[in-house]
Write a protein that binds this ligand. Structure first.
Ligand code: NAD
Length: 332
């Protein structure tokens, strides 16, 4: 099949071409993001392949459908950037890669926890400048601390397994209870209990209207003073302005994020020579107890291989008329 790949980086091309070599789809790589201005590039392609920042809204979908596209292969798990209702109306099938690196993402969340707690990001710079003072680098033992996990699907469960290994107590909140988390000793409680009792809260639920700004000023007011928030899920789970207020008052002691509400303007690009106009983001970077990575939690070799293999398996299912387990259907 002719596939237009949007938002292509060198690493995407490398892994997609390797996985495609026995299959021989006709892949055409485009660097730009997909949006209503670039959708015209897909004219004549029955399939397009997109990632987290591509804007698959109603206007974009209309242009894609007019150009003959009938399949959208997301090379990511989250699909909050796709207007599923319009896709269904236009007869466009949407498939995704539901789990490409649950270990990678959970391990990155743990990396943020350890770095923030033991101030490894600060120690790295100090030692390079010949500053071996320990002042300001005091951490705490993870053993016996309470970790609140919001969203206990694939990634949340693995985070629970790892943190259990550190000797942490696990509190959990999810609309469904995961028996594997309970077998680990995790206890499902209401969100208010997670907020009140956790030393570390890690977010692993999807972004949906119900979870938008889940961490807002009311939630932060209920938290233990000096606690840590980790977000490797989606930026808009957090009200960034409220978190900045929490950091300024000391209510939040540490913030580790791999995702940011307005990240599509910033992440995945080298902007080191430019003036960043996002004042909220710039403000966040000034706190010594904030660690930000640019949506790299998924970024392992295993994940990129998985993404490429699953994407082509999804395309083959649809092309050959089989039902695809990874199809996302619009829920009325
Ligand atoms: P998953 O579907 O296995 O788990 C998500 C869990 O969230 C499920 O158990 C679900 O019941 C729960 N949930 C749904 N609604 C909820 C609500 N209102 N409150 C609390 N929990 C709720 O997904 P996963 O593979 O564990 O991924 C979790 C999230 O991680 C994804 O939604 C995605 O946004 C994010 N992610 C980020 C990266 C990255 O690189 N930073 C990579 C992959 C996934």
């Amino acid at each position: 099949m002719k596939v237009a790949v949007f938002s292509t980086k060198t690493y995407d091309r490398q892994f997609l071409e390797a996985a495609n070599s026995p299959i021989q789809h006709e892949l055409v790589f485009f660097e730009p993001l997909l949006n209503r201005d670039t959708a015209i590039l897909a004219a004549g392609f029955p399939c397009i392949c997109v990632f987290v920042h591509d804007q698959v809204d109603a206007a974009t979908l209309e242009i894609l459908a007019a150009g003959g596209t009938h399949l959208i292969a997301l090379r990511c798990a989250g699909f909050n950037n796709v207007d599923l209702a319009t896709a269904a109306k236009l007869g466009i099938t949407v498939v995704r890669v539901p789990a490409y690196s649950p270990y990678g993402v959970a391990e990155h969340a743990v990396g943020l926890i350890l770095s923030l707690n033991r101030k490894i990001h600060r120690a790295y710079n100090r030692v390079r400048e010949g500053n071996f003072s320990l002042n300001g680098l005091l951490g705490f033992n993870l053993n016996e601390r309470t970790v609140g996990i919001i969203g206990t699907g694939k990634i949340g469960l693995i985070l629970g397994q790892i943190m259990k290994g550190f000797g942490c107590h696990l509190l959990a909140y999810d609309v469904y209870h995961n028996p594997e988390l309970e077998e680990l000793g995790g206890k499902y409680v209401e969100l208010s209990e997670i907020f009140a009792n956790s030393d570390i809260i890690s977010l692993h639920c999807p972004l949906m209207p119900e979870t938008h700004h889940l961490i807002n000023s009311e939630a932060i007011a209920q938290m233990k003073p000096g606690m840590m928030i980790i977000n490797t899920s989606r930026g808009a789970l957090i009200d960034t302005q409220a978190v900045i207020e929490g950091l300024k008052s000391g209510q939040i002691g540490y913030l580790g994020v791999d995702v940011y509400e307005q990240e599509s303007e910033l992440f995945f690009e080298d902007l080191s020579g430019e003036i960043i106009q996002d004042d909220v983001f710039q403000h966040l970077t000034t706190f010594p107890n904030v660690l930000i990575t640019g949506h790299q939690a998924f970024f392992t070799a295993e994940a990129l291989r998985n993404i490429a293999d699953t994407t082509f398996a999804n395309i083959a299912d649809v092309e050959q008329g089989r039902s695809c387990a990874n199809e996302i259907r619009h829920q009325q």
